[in-house]
Design a protein around this ligand. Structure first.
Ligand code: CA
Length: 307
């Protein structure tokens, strides 16, 4: 186990200047670029019910030529304005870098996150008021051809919802996650442990950060959920799964998840991004059902005409 950086989200977060927005910032992202059924993406962030500043950030970046989409969630830490600066730099810097160069997706994702680490460090060394800032990151790089990848540092998570079942794809780089792995804590104990905010890795804290990159086997019909601990710390995985299974518009599911986290206390900023992989079989099925309906309506009218 590497030496923990032990960045903490401390009480200073709550003393920072008031955030302008108390309503959810909801983004509906622009039109498809993929020729064959582009994933549908929605995301939003909310300050929560307790914090006075939102240190979370999220983003979506597209490369139409490569048929790649990157979705990102970052959760900043550090008092005063540090946290929100760090998470913003992470999103912007990774978004700028991800599609540059000829590397394969995994290499580009690793390079982009590494470079974001350096950008945050540079910014905090330049401005003493930002000293000690850092951020988590979780990024899902969806590619139409070839494997997709997840990259993460810290305790922001990627979940997969497949066939109605939710499972975490990432493992938190946090103290309690390590203790659960070692059998010293049960997952239930981890949920309420006072040390649950201690993360073992963060971007922008040291020169060498260990970034976890892994391939993911994407299947048609999958839904991927990226979130900050303002969601997974407030809601059990089962509750998250239940809300995502309601079959509403993606944007409404994002809103419901945020509302539920706030209803459960909203003690932290909450950020959610959803990426839904289209299922051509299902849309064919729907089209088939629509055609059948048209046919049966036609024949009903035909029968009435006969009378
Ligand atoms: Ca948080």
């Amino acid at each position: 186990m590497s030496t923990p950086d032990k960045p903490r989200r401390d009480a200073a977060d709550r003393e920072s200047s008031a955030d302008e927005s108390l309503v959810p910032k909801l983004s509906e992202f622009p039109a498809p670029v993929w020729p064959q059924g582009e994933p549908r993406i929605a995301g939003a962030t909310h300050i929560g019910r307790v914090r006075r500043v939102n240190q979370d950030a999220f983003g979506r970046f597209d490369d139409g030529d490569r048929c790649e989409i990157l979705v990102l969630v970052a959760d900043g830490l550090g008092g005063h304005r540090g946290g929100e600066v760090a998470s913003r730099i992470a999103i912007d810097s990774i978004g700028e870098q991800i599609f540059s160069g000829d590397g394969d997706p995994a290499t580009r994702l690793l390079q982009a996150i590494t470079s974001a680490n350096e950008s945050i460090l540079r910014a905090s060394r330049k401005d003493r008021t930002l000293d000690g800032m850092g951020t988590t990151i979780v990024g899902l790089l969806l590619t139409e051809n070839g494997p997709s990848y997840v990259g993460h540092v810290g305790d922001s998570r990627l979940y997969r919802i497949r066939a109605g079942l939710i499972e975490p794809v990432t493992q938190d780089h946090s103290l309690v996650a390590t203790l659960v792995q070692e059998g010293a804590l049960t997952p239930e104990q981890a949920h309420t442990d006072p040390r649950r905010n201690q993360i073992l890795r963060a971007l922008g804290v040291r020169d060498n950060v260990e970034i976890e990159i892994a391939p993911i086997d994407i299947m048609p019909g999958d839904t991927y959920l990226l979130c900050s601990d303002g969601l997974h710390g407030m809601l059990e995985d089962d509750a998250i799964q239940k809300i995502t299974s309601h079959g509403q518009r993606l944007e409404s599911i994002v809103e419901s998840l945020i509302d539920s986290a706030n209803d459960a206390g909203g003690t932290d900023n909450v950020t959610v991004m959803l990426a839904q992989i289209p299922d051509p079989m299902q849309s064919r099925g729907l089209r088939g059902a629509a055609n059948q309906l048209i046919e049966s309506t036609r024949s009903a009218f035909a029968r009435r005409d006969d009378k």
